[in-house]
Ligand binder design. Structure first.
Ligand SMILES: [Zn+2]
Length: 69
């Protein structure tokens, strides 16, 4: 399954392939190859949360501009 840029990544999703644990079986993903779900490291979780927040803010800014026009 391909995920678009607008898809929100679960901050707790797999460390290697961004797939949430509930959807995760065995996945092939370079460079790790076949792997099982692995908890993301804390820095990765923080980064994902930051990305989510940035995307949300960008969306709101676009909506505001659209409403202003
Ligand atoms: Zn994975």
């Amino acid at each position: 399954m391909e995920r678009g840029d607008d898809a929100m990544i679960d901050p707790n999703a797999c460390r290697w392939c961004n797939v949430p644990e509930r959807e995760h079986y065995q996945r092939w993903k370079p460079p790790v190859g076949w792997h099982r779900f692995q908890q993301p490291i804390d820095a990765q979780r923080l980064m994902r949360m930051r990305v989510r927040r940035t995307k949300k803010e960008a969306k709101r800014a676009r909506a505001c501009r659209a409403a202003g026009d």
